[in-house]
Design a protein around this ligand. Structure first.
Ligand code: NAD
Length: 478
């Protein structure tokens, strides 16, 4: 199956089907139409997989997918054009340009938490750049996966864009094939498997991974606004099952009690007195993840630190928004990516210590700072390495198509969104065009002293050397 799919797509790509700008635009328009016409089906699938609230499905998956399609349709008109660049003196006379060339046949392996957006978004980039593409949605979100398998062939050119469903065996079979790019979203352990498989074929990879995303809250903020923004970016994003959801908060010892109270107030306002019954909270994706999450707080050292929430309903796979205070730093809750509805609060004496705290861990996919202090903002931007960062809000940087989205170090490699998606699936081909004039004899052996002088002058940008070279100095001896 995997071999057959790869062979068919390679034949389509080799026949040049995916290259014309009209083909690319037609596929993107079809994806846009699919997203519009099948909005209800997409919401139903996301609800079946995660009990995702319809508003969240629309805001965080459907509308972003539509924007990505529209942005690519508009931007592509320029992105596909060769980019003229200055010619170098050493190659005078010549013209130089960068041509964006499709990579070929690419594999997109997607994750379960935003199973619609994380599948369609890279596919949009792959198509815009003129590639044939196989999408392997996550088996952990089976309703969305089978929706893609049913819908995509109804809308797009199935000889160039295909869906392969399945879990580890099917993905392993796909990884045995040679691809021109693998775009993977998921955890770092599997990221390493992807990279090892790609290495066998020297296939480039983009890895969109995760990790712990910290939030710093300084004491000079408008606390109510800050807490609402953190809360909606945590529990309003798939109940914390989001790669850029805040993982933990760092604040000062003096602000902590007020911050905890504010979380209690805001969470009750958002999700009521019995959050397990709230229709505005996603459930945990499956019992394996439910178990993983409940294990994280079973330890008495952690359980004792719960200051809000903690309720669970195993039958419905629901976990209430939970805030914890001063959890020991050596517990799994504080060392592993939480990827769920727990928010631990860590304290420091002085807010500046939080920068060292973050930098003592692996580089996060996203990190956030709430402060009015411009100096602290500058220090944060300059001194905290991260995939992306946001000051005085969380997660929203993902919605700006002019910003690249991706991790660094343990949180991933490569980026996409907007034009970065096009670039992610393109090779930047250098093209230099010369004529037969401007023949510089100095470049040819034997390298006499005179020739060396002219060549060194040329390399150092000397105008006289250029003139001499173009006039054919030193004259060839016959
Ligand atoms: P997942 O279980 O859906 O796995 C991701 C993909 O890997 C799936 O398509 C799955 O079939 C495949 N896979 C799993 N095991 C495999 C194996 N042994 N060999 C080959 N393929 C395999 O998703 P997940 O990993 O649980 O996703 C959660 C993680 O992803 C978190 O760490 C999160 O932070 C990260 N994430 C990152 C982003 C981002 O954009 N950077 C977005 C979402 C999630």
């Amino acid at each position: 199956m995997a071999e057959e799919v790869a062979r068919e797509l390679r034949a389509s790509f080799a026949a040049g089907r995916t290259r014309p700008a009209e083909w690319r635009a037609a596929q993107l328009r079809a994806l846009l139409r699919m997203t519009e016409e099948k909005e209800a089906d997409i919401c139903d699938a996301l609800h079946a997989d995660l009990a995702k609230p319809r508003m969240e499905s629309y805001l965080h998956e459907i509308s972003l997918a539509k924007s990505a399609c529209k942005f690519a349709l508009e931007g592509m008109k320029n992105w596909v054009k060769p980019e003229k660049v200055p010619a170098a003196i050493t190659t005078f006379p010549s013209t130089a340009q960068i041509v964006s060339e499709p990579l070929g046949v690419v594999l997109v392996i997607s994750a379960w938490n935003y199973p619609f957006l994380l599948s369609i978004d890279p596919v949009i980039g792959a198509i815009a750049a003129g590639n044939a593409v196989v999408l392997k949605p996550s088996e952990i979100a089976p309703a969305t996966s089978s929706m893609f398998a049913k819908l995509l062939p109804e809308y797009v050119d199935n000889s160039c864009i295909k869906v392969v469903e399945g879990g580890i065996p099917e993905t392993t079979a796909l990884l045995e094939q040679k691809w021109d790019k693998i775009f993977y979203t998921g955890n770092g352990t599997v990221g390493r498997i992807i990279m090892a498989a790609a290495a066998k074929h020297l296939t480039p990879v983009t890895l969109e991974l995760g990790g712990k995303c910290p939030v710093i809250v300084d004491s000079d903020v408008d606390l109510d606004v800050a807490v609402k923004r953190i809360a909606v970016g945590k529990w309003g994003c798939n109940n914390g099952q989001a790669c850029i959801a805040p993982d933990y908060v760092i604040t000062t010892k003096s602000l902590a009690p007020e911050l905890v109270d504010s979380f209690k107030r805001v969470l009750e306002m958002f999700y009521g007195k019995d959050p397990l019954q709230s229709a505005d909270l996603s459930r945990i994706v499956n019992s394996k993840h439910f178990q993983r999450l409940t294990n994280l707080i079973e330890d008495k050292k952690v359980a004792d630190k719960i200051v809000y929430g903690g309720q669970t309903d195993e039958k419905q796979l629901k976990i209430a928004p939970t805030v914890l205070f001063d959890v020991p730093l050596d517990t799994a809750l504080m060392t592993e990516e939480i990827f769920g509805p727990y928010l631990p609060i860590v304290t420091v004496e002085n807010i500046k210590e939080s920068i060292d705290f973050i930098n003592s861990k692996t580089k996060p996919l996203a990190t956030y700072l709430f402060t009015k202090n411009k100096k602290l903002q500058d220090e944060f931007v300059a001194n905290v390495p991260a995939g992306g960062m946001l000051v005085n809000d969380v997660a929203l940087h993902l919605a700006n198509p002019h910003l690249p989205f991706g991790g660094v170090g343990d949180s991933g490699m490569g980026s996409y969104h907007g034009k970065f998606s096009f670039d992610c699936f393109s090779h930047k081909k250098s093209v230099l065009i010369r004529g037969f004039g401007g023949e510089a004899t100095a470049r040819y052996p034997p390298y006499t002293q005179e020739k060396q002088k002219i060549l060194r002058g040329l390399i150092n940008g000397s105008f006289i050397a250029l003139v001499l070279a173009l006039l054919g100095f030193p004259r060839e001896r016959s």
